[in-house]
Design a protein around this ligand. Structure first.
Ligand code: ZN
Length: 437
């Protein structure tokens, strides 16, 4: 008996017939896919000044400020710069990085892509910064969220919510502000636990009248889980964090509450009990030049084995992870290939450059197929969603074209529907499948 049509999966009746047809389908599907942005620093409009948007925020974003200071005259020190009004800071950045020289870096080009996509190409052509400001002055925060989500093709974003920062918690406690939780999913950021920042933890405990103990920290986080209903915990892992041995843990005394204790006695048990994954970010070090403020953080190479130990010793806890150091990317992929409780996501900060995104995406697809999340924006300024996704999609789409063409030449026929299914996974579906595990 020969192969009947019934053995061909549904929807497979019209495979793409040529390399060109495959390239064109992949390009189009990646451009059109609506993404889940699994990590951002964005806030909804009713969180007031915490929501950053508009041309002056774009121009004074810390990537650009750091780049500006490479070019700034010695008379403009960081102190002087940060003492200026935001618009005056933006003027300096614009003049130095966009007028005195071409905005050729990734961060500068991002501003241009964003303005062009917003339909401000003519103002950009005339280098008319005031015209751009006038356009932004006519937007409302709510209307602008609609516009950006539509242009950037965003399904929803994950936000970063810090229970130890008063300027954030006032929007949640004692009274929670309502906002569009279909668009803004929350994440509970707990860096203070891993840095052992007991001073700021104590303030948060006092705010809610909770005792200063390990059990108290657990109670505090459980309250915040109830209040913000996070999808995951998130923390940047300090480069000094070593996975504590059981012996070290057994010598724990309440007077020595430290990051190891808070990780093992608070964060990991809570993650397991509440079925909340922990999203870790590795390899950043802060700050290597404090004068630059947010722009002063650097990259270090930490041990991927810290994550391996977590995945191995806590099989009931799910981990999301992204690494900042380029050299760790290969080892990370091998790790993700071994642990079902690990999901890797995005190309972050100093890795969010086309050359590196391309390299990382190739390694990931070759080792993991579609079982990872290809990108996240890490956007702090709403408008950045536009360029970060446009630029990333161009690179990731190019890599995928090559992969599908190789597969086609290996003898595997492909339909548009099959490629669409895979693309949706890489831009959010794989994350959702992991979260539902
Ligand atoms: Zn971030």
């Amino acid at each position: 008996m020969g192969l009947s049509n019934q053995s061909v999966p549904k929807g497979h009746q019209t495979p793409l017939k040529s390399e060109e047809a495959i390239r064109s389908a992949v390009k189009n599907l990646v451009e059109e896919v609506h993404v889940v942005d699994v990590h951002t620093h964005l806030f909804p409009p009713n969180h007031g000044k915490l929501m950053l948007w508009g041309i002056d925020e774009l121009l004074t974003y810390h990537y650009l400020v750091a780049e500006y200071f490479i070019t700034a005259p010695a008379t403009i020190t960081p102190e002087k710069f940060f003492a200026l009004e935001k618009q005056a800071q933006a003027d300096l950045v614009w003049d130095s990085l966009f007028i005195q020289r071409s905005p050729i870096s990734e961060a500068c080009r991002g501003v241009i892509t964003t303005l062009t996509e917003l339909g401000l190409g003519e103002l950009v052509e005339r280098r008319d910064l005031d015209g751009v400001r006038k356009w932004f002055a006519k937007q409302t925060p709510e209307g602008y969220v609609d516009k950006v989500f539509e242009l950037a093709k965003i399904k929803y974003v994950l936000t970063t919510n810090i229970p130890f920062e008063k300027k954030e918690t006032v929007h949640w406690y004692p009274k929670t502000k309502e906002f569009d939780t279909n668009r803004f999913h929350t994440g509970l950021r707990v860096d203070q636990l891993l840095t052992g920042n007991w001073e700021s933890i104590k303030e948060a405990l006092d705010e809610m009248g909770i005792e200063h103990t390990i059990e108290g920290v657990k109670k505090l986080l459980e309250k915040w889980i109830t209040i913000i209903k996070p999808k995951y915990f998130m923390a940047a892992v300090p480069p000094t964090l070593e996975f504590p041995s059981d012996e070290e843990m057994s010598t724990y005394a309440p007077s020595t509450i430290n990051s190891a204790t808070l990780l093992r006695r608070v964060l990991l048990p809570l993650a397991e009990q509440h079925h909340l994954p922990i999203a870790f970010k590795f390899d950043s070090v802060r700050p290597i030049n404090p004068a630059l403020r947010e722009g002063g953080d650097g990259v270090v190479t930490t041990k991927v084995s810290t994550l391996q130990k977590l995945c191995l010793n806590y099989p009931k806890v799910k981990f999301l992870a992204t690494f900042l150091a380029r050299v760790n990317q290969h080892e990370l992929c091998v790790l993700a290939n071994k642990f079902g409780n690990l999901h890797i996501y995005g190309c972050w900060w100093y890795c969010n450059n086309p050359s590196i995104v391309e390299e990382i995406t190739r390694i990931r697809v070759e080792l993991l197929g579609t079982a990872f999340t290809s990108q996240h924006s890490d956007a702090r300024v709403l408008d950045q969603l536009i360029y970060k996704w446009k630029h990333s999609k161009a690179v990731i789409g190019g890599v995928l074209q090559d992969m599908y063409v190789k597969l086609f030449h290996a003898g595997w026929s492909l339909t548009r529907e099959e490629i669409q299914r895979d693309v949706e996974r890489l831009f959010g579906g794989a994350y959702e499948e992991f979260m539902e595990k």
